[in-house]
Design a binder for this molecule. Structure first.
Ligand code: FAD
Length: 470
C-alpha cells in the first residue's frame, strides 16, 4: 500500500468527520480511559485513540494510521501484561467502548461476541471463557484461551467457528472453515498478527445453571502434602473438574485452593474429598453456585490498577515441591528487604488437558498444547522506579521453578508443545521470537502472514515474519 502522508491535523479532521465513533488525543476527555490498561506499567502515551462503532470505523482508523505511518495497536480488554495493546505515539483501536456486545443463537448453539466477554446463560449455554470475567475476549480468544470449561471442551481457539477481520489493506473479511480457511487457522492461536477481529463466533454448549465450588485455605506447612494431593488428583481428573491453587500474601503466606466441579453438589463434595482430607484451616463450600458467578469469583483479587510484573510458567511434569518452597523463600527475602513488595505469589491453573491435547498440534496455529498446568509468578507494586528490579526478580523466581522441575514431558496426543508455554501469560510477547513460540506451525503462519499482512502492520504480539514472495 502506498502511503500518502497528510498533515496530521487535516487527516484528523477528516477522520473525525468520517467516524460514527470517536477519536481522542492527549488532553481530550476520554483519553485517559483510552490508554488505561489492567496493569499501569503497560500504559503508553498513544497519539490517538479511536473508539470505533462498526467495521467501517475500524477501516478508517487503519487507513488513518497507515497514511501517517503510525504504529497501530488493538485494545480488546487491556489485560495483556506484555503491553502489546498499547503504543507510544501511535494509534490505538479501542474495541472496549462500543464493540462489546454478545448475542446468542440458541438453535444453532452459537455465541456472537464483540470485544468483551458476555455469556449466553439465559439460554442455558456457555463457551470456554477465562476465569476472570473482566479479561477481554479478544486477546484471550486469539492467543489460546483456558477456562473452567477447558476440561470438557478444550481451549477457546477450539471453540471458535468464525472471525470477522479488518485487514491492514482495509478489507473486511470473514474467516471460517470454508471462507479464508488459512486465515481461520492462523487466527486460532496466531493472536493479533492478521488484523482487527471485530466479531468472534463461538460454539456454545449446554451448561447446567449451577456448579459446586470448594474454597479452601491451608497453612503453609501443608504445602508438600497439598501439592502431592493435587498432582495425584490431576493424573486422573475428570473433564468436569478444575482447580486453581496459589500462595497468597500479604501476611503469613497461605495456600488457597479453588476446586470447581461442574455438576451437582453431592458428587462435587465426593470428588473434592482428598482436598478436604489434607486439612484446610478454612473451608467454604459454595453449593449450587450460579454458573454466571463462577468467573467473577477471582475478580477482586485481580483488580485493575497498580504495577504488575507477571511471568508465565508451564509445567511439563509434576510441579516440584522443592521449587515452590525455594520460590516462596526467595519471595520472603525480597519482602524483608523491601516491605513495599509484599504483594507477590504464585498461582497455578490445573485445567484437565485431555480435550486440549486431543486436538492435533497442526490443527490450529496455537502450539502450546500439553498436559501440564499453567502457572504464573507475580509481583504487584506501585513504585515505577522498581520496574527493572522487579522484572529481574520475577524472572529469577521463574528460573528457580524451571530449574528444579523435572522436565520429563508427558506428551499427549497433541504431541510436544513449544516455546514459552502459554503465549498469553508471556510478558515478553511484544518482542518475543515467534519462530520459537509457534514451532512446527511457524512456516505455515508465515505464508498466512504474507497473504493477509505482507507489510507486517500487525506487529505488536509475537510478530510473524511474512514468508518471502515466490
Ligand atoms: C486477571 C487476568 C486473568 C486472566 N485469566 C485468564 C484465563 O482464565 N484464561 C486465559 O486463557 N487467559 C487468562 N489471562 C490472560 C489473558 O488471556 C491475556 O492477558 C489476554 O491478552 C487478555 O486479552 P485482552 O483482550 O484483555 O488484552 P489486550 O491487552 O487488549 O490485548 C492483548 C493482545 O491481543 C490483541 N487483541 C485484543 N483484542 C483483539 C481483537 N479483537 N482483534 C485483534 N487483536 C486483538 C491486542 O492487540 C494485544 O496484542 C488472564 C489475564 C489477566 C490479567
Amino acid at each position: 500500500m502506498a502511503f500518502s502522508a497528510q498533515q496530521p491535523s487535516t487527516a484528523l479532521t477528516k477522520l473525525k468527520e468520517t467516524l460514527s465513533g470517536e477519536v481522542v488525543c492527549p488532553g481530550d476527555e476520554g483519553y485517559d480511559y483510552g490508554i488505561a490498561r489492567w496493569s499501569d506499567n503497560c500504559v503508553k502515551q498513544a497519539g490517538y485513540v479511536v473508539f470505533p462503532k462498526n467495521n467501517e470505523d475500524v477501516v478508517q482508523a487503519v487507513r488513518f494510521a497507515r497514511d501517517q505511518s503510525l504504529e497501530l495497536a488493538i485494545y480488546g480488554g487491556g489485560h495483556s501484561y506484555s503491553g502489546s495493546s498499547s503504543t507510544q505515539g501511535g494509534v490505538v483501536i479501542h474495541l472496549g467502548k462500543y464493540i462489546n456486545y454478545a448475542r446468542c443463537d440458541p438453535e444453532k448453539r452459537l455465541l456472537y461476541v464483540g470485544g468483551v466477554e458476555k455469556v449466553g446463560m439465559e439460554h442455558g449455554l456457555a463457551t470456554v471463557a477465562g476465569n476472570v470475567n473482566h479479561t477481554g475476549v479478544g486477546g484471550l480468544a486469539l492467543g489460546g484461551g483456558y477456562g473452567w470449561l477447558t476440561g470438557r471442551y478444550g481451549m477457546t481457539v477450539d471453540n471458535t467457528v468464525q472471525y470477522t477481520v479488518v485487514l491492514a489493506s482495509g478489507e473486511v473479511v470473514t474467516a471460517n472453515e470454508t471462507e479464508n480457511p488459512d486465515l481461520f487457522w492462523g487466527c486460532r492461536g496466531g493472536g493479533s498478527n492478521f488484523g482487527v477481529v471485530t466479531e468472534f463466533v463461538f460454539k456454545a454448549h449446554p451448561q447446567r445453571p449451577t456448579v459446586f465450588v470448594a474454597h479452601l485455605l491451608y497453612t503453609i506447612d501443608k504445602l508438600e502434602c497439598l501439592l502431592n494431593t493435587i498432582e495425584d488428583w490431576y493424573e486422573t481428573a475428570g473433564p468436569d473438574e478444575g482447580l486453581h491453587w496459589g500462595c497468597m500474601r500479604p501476611g503469613t503466606p497461605t495456600l488457597l485452593v479453588i476446586y470447581v466441579y461442574n455438576g451437582d453438589t453431592a458428587e462435587g463434595r465426593k470428588a473434592a474429598k482428598k482436598l478436604y482430607d489434607v486439612g484446610p484451616v478454612v473451608e467454604k463450600a459454595m453449593e449450587d453456585l450460579p454458573y454466571v458467578k463462577l468467573n467473577a469469583l477471582q475478580n477482586e483479587a485481580s483488580a485493575h490498577g497498580g504495577r504488575k510484573y507477571i511471568k508465565g510458567l508451564t509445567t511439563r511434569s509434576r510441579t516440584s515441591v522443592e521449587a515452590i518452597q525455594a520460590v516462596l523463600q526467595a519471595q520472603d527475602e525480597v519482602i524483608r528487604s523491601n516491605p513495599a513488595l509484599v504483594h507477590c505469589g504464585v498461582i497455578f491453573d490445573y485445567s484437565p488437558k485431555q480435550a486440549v491435547v486431543a486436538v492435533p498440534l497442526e490443527a490450529t496455529a496455537y502450539a502450546g498444547r500439553g498436559t501440564g498446568a499453567e502457572g504464573i509468578i507475580f509481583q504487584f507494586f506501585t513504585d515505577p522506579t522498581l520496574d527493572d528490579s522487579v522484572q529481574s526478580q520475577v524472572r529469577a523466581w521463574a528460573q528457580i521453578v524451571s530449574e528444579k522441575t523435572p522436565v520429563a514431558f508427558k506428551a499427549g496426543k497433541g504431541g510436544e508443545s513449544y516455546g514459552v508455554g502459554y503465549t498469553n501469560f508471556d510478558p515478553d510477547a511484544a518482542g518475543s521470537d515467534a519462530a520459537r513460540v509457534f514451532g512446527p506451525n511457524y512456516k505455515r503462519l508465515r505464508e498466512v502472514k504474507r497473504k493477509y499482512d505482507p507489510e507486517n502492520v500487525w506487529n505488536r504480539w509475537y510478530p510473524i515474519e511474512p514468508a518471502e514472495s515466490v
